[in-house]
Design a protein around this ligand. Structure first.
Ligand code: ADP
Ligand code: NI
Length: 214
């Protein structure tokens, strides 16, 4: 039964995200699903809740699907087709509602299952994959790669973070370098450390090439 729901959920997100080029594609969801399971096993979280919340975490995202965001219509529409208790559906919707990075207004998930999913989503914004996603997002949103005249703005609240016009290199300071210290679980914090080291090397190499030092 669980296996069938998971397979159906994978098919559902494959269809939902097939035309996304903003860094939220189907493979992002699959990576979050795998990472969340890896973290959940270490943290003794309920596996089915983590799996379903990870697979559905972006289907009602405010940026991608603003009309279904408030009521999580796509996630609940999917889940109600199965024999899943309403309490579990509610918990999954709460997890999805807490997942996003919103600067200083980011939520700390209430449950261990939510912590696993938020950590997995944030890990996928880090490391080599995170670098690729940041530049894909920047291009998709008409942002320039770098401009030494534009300073990064840190400690933004949700509104400032969403409306702020900046560069992709600044995004590393505005979000990506803040993620390591904000991981909820020790398992994710260990993975985040390696991924942050890799991004730091990338940015310092980038800035040296920019200045013509390398
Ligand atoms: P979340 O998954 O927490 O909702 P976002 O939707 O904001 O995060 O981000 C999705 C991906 O796009 C992440 O890899 C993130 O780092 C990247 N991204 C978001 N905002 C920017 C930006 N202003 N510049 C470059 N990359 C961004
Ligand atoms: Ni995501």
């Amino acid at each position: 039964m669980d296996k069938m729901i998971i397979n159906d959920a994978i098919e559902f997100v494959r269809n939902t995200f097939q035309d996304d080029y903003s860094g939220h594609d189907y493979f992002h969801t699959l990576r979050v699903y795998k990472l969340a399971m890896r973290i959940a096993e270490q943290e003794n979280a309920d596996l089915l809740t983590v799996q379903l919340a990870a697979l559905l975490h972006d289907v009602d995202d405010i940026k991608l699907s603003p009309e279904t965001y408030a009521n999580k219509d796509k996630a609940t529409g999917f889940l109600r087709k199965y024999d899943i208790p309403e309490t579990m559906i509610k918990m999954i919707c709460n997890i999805i509602g807490e997942v996003s990075f919103r600067g200083t207004d980011s939520a700390t998930p209430e449950t261990i299952e939510g912590k696993c999913v938020q950590d997995a989503d944030r890990l996928d914004a880090m490391g080599a994959i995170g670098i690729a996603r940041a530049f894909a997002y920047g291009g998709n949103h008409n942002r320039i790669i770098h401009d030494p005249e534009i300073q990064p703005a840190v400690n933004m609240n949700a509104d400032q973070y969403r409306s702020h016009v900046s560069t992709t290199i600044n995004h590393f300071y505005e979000k990506l370098f803040q993620l390591k210290d904000r991981m909820n679980t020790d398992t994710a914090a260990r993975i985040a450390e390696q991924r942050e080291d890799y991004m730091k090397i990338f940015v310092s190499e980038f800035l040296e090439e920019w200045d013509g030092i390398r």
